[in-house]
Structures are given as structure tokens and as C-alpha cells.
Design a binder for this molecule. Structure first.
Ligand SMILES: Cc1cc2nc3c(=O)[nH]c(=O)nc-3n(C[C@H](O)[C@H](O)[C@H](O)COP(=O)(O)OP(=O)(O)OC[C@H]3O[C@@H](n4cnc5c(N)ncnc54)[C@H](O)[C@@H]3O)c2cc1C
Length: 408
């Protein structure tokens, strides 16, 4: 069974790993790294509907019938998200949202997260010491502490103060990025130096919050930092490129490669061949030439508008760019709301699928061995309701299960 997966976002990597685990031959074709580097190192299942959600799985059953979660069903979401969480060693579960401080001092609900982030859950702590680093932009410790200090969570008043440390990632470096800091903190001696600077500024709060920069490649960096600090601490994910998000991208890719993934990187899937209602191969534009990859099944996970899976031309015509799949709406007219913060109907445009994640046309599945997953699915306001990660994982898992079922 040869499968081509298109897209290296959360959906494409999840589908790849699930298939590889079962012994399927997987070729992953990806143009770019996808949305994981922009994400926060956590898996959102459902954060708002429209108010803050505490127990996501209990709400999924009440979503409209065209929402991806309604097609997937609660059991699939529970099983797939739990499976991925265990595989990555994340903390949390799809049943109950963690409530984590953000780099603006707000509280965000999310289902699972790296242990370093989950340690800051405001359900578990009342007093916070927010320690910024003079050289790290995008972690305004005073603002974060000020906002947390004004927060009443579940009837409990949070308390927060802040401190600032002067810490150079590398001697004399001007304008270092979070990636520079994270790489520097992969080094044990630098990490210990950072821990003593933070300890000196941290006061006596329940938990110390630091910018999410404590190591990029070293999986033991966080535990080592906390041991050196000698007290409870948590990372707070910053705006993109987010280090916890980059860690998740790299970990998923490393896991897939260790399982035998063939990865055609930096290459656009540009066309396909088909016969008797089945896809037989994918055309890939690769390093100046085109190549044809034969396959028995395809998982198409190219994201939505933001990744180029869907496109709008100068006449406002919306298309699915690779297979020309039928979409819920094919014209931009009336799909954008001028009011800031209003739901944008444009983001609900996408592909409708059957229970096996096969795109539907008027007469049933468009191709019997083509499955789609992630941001290309119709029916969700992902950024607004914080559901994009869970949809990506559950739909990718279901697409893979369907391919495995067919193979069996
Ligand atoms: C502004 C914004 C904020 C968001 N905030 C949240 C949030 O807070 N919480 C949440 O849960 N969700 C959020 N989402 C949604 C979430 O980002 C997406 O649902 C999720 O990233 C989808 O993952 P994916 O794997 O489907 O696609 P992506 O992560 O977009 O990956 C798509 C992959 O496909 C590749 N690709 C595309 N076309 C081709 C091709 N023809 N050939 C080869 N490769 C191709 C891309 O290069 C990339 O590797 C947000 C989305 C946006 C736009």
C-alpha cells in the first residue's frame, strides 16, 4: 500500500505517523512547514463556543451538522487527540481544557500542551512571578503581570508581579530572536546561568513564568532548567515563530522519519493522474523537474486559504487548487464581514466529506481513494473557536484509519 500525504502541517504529519506506525509506505510532499511554527505548542480542541469552553468533548455533540466535529464524532476526537498526546508526552486531555497564561497576560483554554506550558495552568496557582528578559522582545513582563493581577478566574483573584533579567544568549549579539535564545539554552551551562538569573529575580510566588525559549532541540532542557531553578516554573508561548510550536513540528517530523517516512520537501504537488475513479499518482514540481509518484491512496492536507490549499482569483472565484474539489461556496461575494472580531464566513468555506474523509461531489466520493484532512475541511471558524488543531488531528487520524481499513 503506497500512500502519498500532501502537507506537513499538523494534519499531514498526524496522518503520516498513523499510517507509518501500521507499516504503510508513506511519501510526504510538502511545499512549506505549515502552521505548526505559528501555533503555541498545544492542541486546541474547542476553546470557545462562543463563550469559554471548560469540557470540550461535552460540547461537540451540540455543534451544527456541517461542522467537521459533527462528521467525525466525539469518540474519534477523543481517541485521536489522546493518541497523539500520549505519543508526544503532552499534558492534558480532550475532556478538560487547561487554562494557560498568554504572552499578553490573558488566559487561553487549550486541551493538551507541552508539560513546560501546562505547568502554568491558572487553575493550579494563585500567585505568579513573571520574569522577562531585557533582550527578548514580545514578552512584556510588566503587561503580562498587570493583566494577570487584574484577573478573577473561577471566582479566585490571581496575583502577579514581574521582574526583568539581563541575559545575553550569545556575547554581544544584537537583536537576537527567540530561536537564538532557545538554541543557546540547549546548552546546559547557559541554561544554569539563566536559571540563577531568574531565581534571583523571582520573589516568592507560587510559580515563575518565563518566556517560552528554554531549549529547542534538547528534550531534557525544561526539566533541567526547573531542577536548577529549584521551584515550580512554566513557559509562556510567545507570538510566532513560537518555540513550543517549532518543537512540536520538529518532534512530529522526527517521529515520522524514524518510522521510515520518505519526505519530498520544499516541493509543490501540482497535478494528479486517475483511472476508474481512483487516484493513481501525484505530480510533484521538484528542484527544476517534475516527478510522478505512483500511489494507492492519498491524504490531502494542504490547509485552507492561509497555506494555499484554497485560493481566490481576481474575479473572486474560490477554488481548491490541486484536485479542483467541489467546495461549499465558490464565490467570495458576501463572505467577509467588515466588523472587527465578527465571524468571517470565508473561513468556513471548504470541502464536504463522508465519514471516511473522502471529498463529496453530487454523486458521492469524488475519488474513492482520496481523503482530505485539516484546514481544507468546511464548516469551522477555527481561529475564533480554537478548534483547528483538534480538527486537524481527528480528521487525519480518521483518514488514516480509513486507508488502513481498506488495506485490511
Ligand atoms: C490566523 C489564524 C489563527 C489560527 N489560530 C488557531 C488557534 O488559535 N487554534 C487552533 O486550533 N487553530 C487555529 N487556526 C487554524 C489552524 O492554524 C489550522 O486549522 C491548522 O494549522 C491546519 O493544519 P493543517 O495541517 O490542515 O494545515 P497547515 O498547517 O496550513 O499545513 C498545510 C501544509 O500543506 C502544504 N501544502 C499546501 N498545498 C500544497 C501543495 N499543493 N503541495 C505540497 N504542499 C502543499 C503547506 O506547505 C503546509 O506544509 C488558525 C488559523 C489562522 C489562519
Amino acid at each position: 500500500m503506497r500512500t502519498v500525504v500532501i502537507g506537513a502541517g499538523l494534519a499531514g504529519l498526524t496522518a503520516s505517523i498513523r499510517l507509518l506506525e501500521a507499516g504503510v509506505d508513506v511519501t510526504l510532499v510538502s511545499k512549506g512547514p505549515g502552521g505548526l511554527a505559528l501555533s503555541q505548542g498545544s492542541i486546541d480542541v474547542l476553546g470557545y463556543r462562543p463563550s469559554r469552553v471548560t469540557r470540550p468533548l461535552e460540547v461537540l455533540g451540540a455543534l451544527p451538522g456541517d461542522h467537521p466535529y459533527a462528521v467525525l464524532g466525539t469518540a474519534t476526537v477523543r481517541e485521536s487527540v489522546s493518541w497523539l498526546g500520549q505519543r508526544l508526552g503532552l499534558v492534558g486531555s480532550p475532556a478538560t481544557n487547561l487554562q494557560l497564561p498568554t504572552a499578553a497576560g490573558a488566559i487561553r483554554p487549550t486541551a493538551l500542551a507541552w508539560a513546560s506550558l501546562a505547568a502554568g495552568d491558572v487553575r493550579d496557582h494563585t500567585t505568579f512571578a513573571v520574569i522577562g528578559v531585557q533582550q527578548v522582545k514580545d514578552f512584556p513582563a510588566a503587561l503580562i503581570a498587570g493583566n494577570l493581577d487584574r484577573t478573577v478566574f473561577d471566582g479566585r483573584e490571581l496575583r502577579a508581579g514581574f521582574g526583568l533579567v539581563d541575559f545575553e544568549a550569545r556575547d554581544g549579539e544584537q537583536d537576537p530572536s527567540p530561536v537564538h535564545f532557545a538554541r543557546a539554552l540547549d546548552d546546559a551551562a547557559t541554561r544554569r546561568r539563566f536559571a540563577s538569573a531568574v531565581a534571583a529575580a523571582a520573589g516568592t510566588a507560587d510559580v515563575v513564568l518565563v518566556p517560552g525559549i528554554v531549549g529547542l532541540d534538547d528534550p531534557g532542557a525544561w526539566d533541567d532548567f526547573v531542577a536548577a531553578l529549584g521551584r515550580p516554573a512554566a513557559e509562556v508561548a510567545m507570538q510566532p515563530p513560537s518555540i513550543p510550536g517549532l518543537r512540536m513540528f520538529q518532534r512530529l517530523l522526527d517521529d515520522a522519519r524514524a518510522l521510515g517516512l520518505r519526505h519530498v520537501q520544499g516541493s509543490l504537488a501540482t497535478g494528479f493522474t486517475h483511472e476508474d475513479g481512483r487516484i493513481t499518482g501525484i505530480e510533484v514540481a521538484s528542484a527544476g523537474h517534475s516527478k510522478h509518484i505512483r500511489c494507492d491512496a492519498v491524504v490531502h492536507a494542504p490547509g485552507g486559504f492561509e497555506s494555499g490549499g484554497l485560493g481566490v482569483d481576481s474575479h473572486g472565484v474560490i477554488t481548491e487548487r490541486l484536485f479542483g474539489l467541489p467546495l461549499t461556496v465558490d464565490s467570495l461575494a458576501g463572505l467577509t464581514e467588515p466588523e472587527v472580531g465578527a465571524p468571517q464566513p470565508l473561513f468556513e468555506v471548504g470541502v464536504l466529506v463522508d465519514a471516511d474523509m473522502r471529498p463529496l461531489g453530487l454523486d458521492g466520493p469524488v475519488h474513492t481513494n482520496l481523503h482530505v484532512a485539516g484546514g481544507i475541511l468546511a464548516g469551522a471558524q477555527r481561529a475564533r473557536e480554537k478548534s483547528g488543531d483538534g480538527i486537524a488531528v481527528a480528521s487525519a487520524w480518521r483518514a488514516a484509519e480509513s486507508i488502513l481499513g481498506g488495506a485490511r
